[in-house]
Each structure stands twice: as C-alpha cells, then as structure tokens.
Write a protein that binds this ligand. Structure first.
Ligand code: ADP
Ligand code: MG
Length: 399
C-alpha cells in the first residue's frame, strides 16, 4: 500500500462532485494549444471519475495573472483542446466558487465534466487563503490532485483543499510518485545519479542531497568544470563558476564521508568557439585544455567508463545534459549514455528515471525517451524532489 491515498481508496463516487486539480498550463500560440501532453496526462483520472458517475470539476491555473481576471489567461481557451483529448463535451464555468459555480454544478449530471476558471484570478489561490479554500470546498464533495508539477507550491487548490474534504492522488500523480519512490525513495541498489547542465549554482541543493543518497554521482555538463577547477584543473575559457569551487570541494568531501563515488570526466571535447562542428574541435585529457579552449562535452573515454558504471547499477536518476547537446558533436556523451541507459532498462537490469526541461529535450533528441522507465515533465517540482524536499501538495495526500 502506498504512503498516499489514491482513487482506489475512495468510496462510491457516483453522483458526487469531484474537484480535480490538473495541470492545464498549456503551451499556446495565437489562442490555440500547441502541445496537449498535459491534457493527455490527466485524461485517465478525469475519465475514470466520469465513468464512475462523478460530476468532475477541473481546477487549474494558467500563467501568472497575479490575483486578477485577465481575458488573455482565461481557461475558456483550453476547453476545445480538452474536449478533443477526452472525446467528450466539457462545460466552462467562469468562476471557481459562489452562486454561479453552484448553479453550474446543479446543471451537471453524473459523468459530466466542467472546467472552472483560472484559479490564479483570485488572490486567495497563491496565498492559500482559508476563506478561499472554504468557498471552493463548498461546491465539491471530494478532492483529487493530479498535478504533480504544481505540488511544490502550497496553494489553495494544490494543498489547502486536501485538508477540507476526502482527498487523494489522481492516476498521473500516483504514477509519478511511484516512479520517484522507485528512483530515490526506496531504490534498488546500487543507485547512480547523473547530474549535468550548465551551472552548479542552479543545482547546489540537488548535489548536496544526492551525495547522501546515491552510490555513484556522475557529474557532467558545464557544472563539471567547477568541480574540475576545484581539483586544480585549468579549464581555460570553459563555463565555470570560480566563486563556487569552495562549495564544490565541500560536496566532494561530503561524498567521501558518505561513501558516494563521484565521477568527473577525465577526458573532454573542447573547442575555441561555441558553434556546431567548429574547426578547432578536439578531444583531450582534462589536464591538457588550452587557455583559449572551452570544454563542451564529456570525452569518449569517460563516456565508456560511465557506461560501465551504469551497467553495475540497478537504478539511475538523471537530470541535466552531459554537454552542450544543442550543437553537434557536443551531444555525443549525452546521446551515448542515454542509449546505454535505455538498453539496460530494456534488458530489465536498470530502473531509469529522468526529468528536467533540457534533459527531456536531450533524451528526445537521442530518440530514447520512451525507453526510460519514467520521464518527469514536472520541472520545478521534479528539482525540489531531487533536492529531498517534501512537496506540500504531496504531503497533504499522505495517509
Ligand atoms: P535541465 O533543464 O534538464 O534541468 P539545465 O537547464 O541545468 O538542464 O542545463 C541545460 C543546459 O546546459 C543546456 O543548454 C546545455 O547546452 C548546457 N550545457 C551542458 N554542458 C555544457 C558545457 N560543457 N558548457 C556550456 N553549457 C553546457
Ligand atoms: Mg533548463
């Protein structure tokens, strides 16, 4: 049994009004939804509740209207896209509480679905105002949270409502929490974490947390340069946060004391200009980087050794590309290691979980995103989870 409540814990929902928090913060262009991934993610929860006879009211935020109505951020814009994914008619209600909302609920029959207006049109949402929570709770019988991506925020519809009525996780939230638990909560050992990306500063908390959790910490990307500099390597013109070398040394010392092996690249791909296939491209040992060169990817020798590390591990959690993957050939380390992880996952020897905006793009570029055990598209919530923080929206659903 999971540590949080799910739809399976709900008694008969027939005829009940279910307030379902979803992520409808969709990418739009010229008033049209350009990517319906987030709708598809919450569709199983919505359809399951509708099939069981609940009246389903969808709650979501869109953009940053700062507590005021804004015609350009109304959720009425996404109704058509939601109807297309669900294959059902969806009503729009221009309120989240009060008379109008109550009347709309009165019209709904069991199995009907409605989208309420952008929750951030009201100041009470981000303030988690108890009166606002109470007003919304008055129109519903139960609360389902299917928006992991908003779970790092303690807002009225992501946290407050869970305390006001029977509450549980939706199917997408459930799948995400189970995958994350398999990766860091209760993982099969040995566990490897692969952390890359541009800067140490954006992932300090992640690195600090991981050294106490994993057996192998693989550091790549631009942030590896700061660690190399901390070890006395001259990284030339590479992206490097020289003011953080002391912090990097502390992280390496912490790893030493917890028995976490840190893997830094020993060979690298360098160039004098930040461009695709530059004439100055070469591969060298980390100690041979010239003062006018930049490290733009992990070298092939290190990649092979890191592949061997993955082969002895049972669990991998990955955030951040290993190099400047947007330009060839600096995508090589990321693509090769992604393919290795995907192959090991297919063989059944590795559980692989990845997340992060650029990471998801890089794994798609490598053509292996669907071969990972789980890919999180949650952004901020995923990073906070990697930092070991308790997410308020998740904590509110615990048993
Ligand atoms: P995510 O969005 O998955 O959390 P980040 O935003 O932390 O990842 O990092 C992604 C960025 O890091 C990419 O734009 C990539 O080009 C950059 N990057 C990776 N390695 C290097 C490097 N050696 N030098 C400069 N930039 C790098
Ligand atoms: Mg990013």
């Amino acid at each position: 049994m999971s540590s949080f409540r799910t739809l399976d814990d709900l008694a008969d929902v027939n005829g009940m009004v279910a307030l379902v928090r979803v992520d409808l913060n969709l990418p739009m262009r010229d008033g049209a939804v350009t990517d319906d991934t987030r709708i598809r993610a919450c569709a199983p929860t919505i359809l399951e509740l509708a099939e069981k006879g609940a009246k389903v009211l969808l709650l979501a935020h869109f953009g940053r209207p700062n507590g005021e109505r804004s015609s350009t951020m109304s959720l009425s814009m996404v109704v058509g896209a939601v109807e297309r994914v669900l294959g059902k008619e969806v009503m729009f209600v221009p309120e989240v509480a009060g008379e109008v909302a109550a009347q709309a609920v009165g019209i709904l029959r069991p199995g009907d679905i409605a989208i309420l207006e952008n929750t951030r049109f009201w100041k009470g949402e981000e303030k988690n105002d108890p009166d606002f929570v109470k007003a919304i709770a008055a129109i519903g019988d139960l609360y389902v949270n299917d928006a992991f991506s908003a779970a790092h925020r303690a807002h009225a519809t992501t946290e407050g409502l869970a305390h006001s009525m029977p509450a549980c996780a939706g199917r997408s939230m459930q799948a995400e929490l189970q995958a994350l638990d398999q990766a860091l909560g209760n993982p099969e050992k040995p566990v490897a974490a692969l952390v890359g990306g541009a800067k140490v500063s954006s992932k300090l908390e992640v690195l600090k947390h991981l050294v106490g959790q994993v057996d192998h910490l693989i550091i790549g990307g631009g942030m590896a340069n700061t660690f190399l500099a901390a070890k006395g390597v001259d990284v030339g013109k590479s992206l490097c946060e020289h003011d953080l070398t002391g912090t990097a040394t502390k992280i390496l010392e912490a790893a030493e004391s917890t028995g976490c092996t840190v893997h830094l690249p020993y060979d690298v791909v360098v160039a004098k200009e930040f461009a695709g296939n530059p004439p100055s491209l070469r591969t060298c040992n980390v100690h041979e980087v010239a003062s006018d060169e930049m490290i733009l990817d992990v070298g092939p020798g290190a990649v092979e050794a890191l592949g061997d590390v993955l082969k002895i591990c049972r669990t991998l959690v990955w955030n951040g590309p290993m190099g400047a993957f947007e330009m060839q050939p600096f995508d090589a380390a990321t693509v090769t290691l992604a393919k290795t992880a995907a192959a090991l996952t297919a063989e059944g020897s590795l559980v692989s979980v990845a997340g992060g905006g650029d990471t998801v793009a890089a794994l798609n570029h490598a053509g292996v995103a669907q071969d990972f055990s789980y890919i999180s598209t949650a952004g901020g919530a995923f990073l906070e989870w990697m930092e070991g923080k308790e997410l308020p929206g998740v904590a509110a659903l615990s048993r």
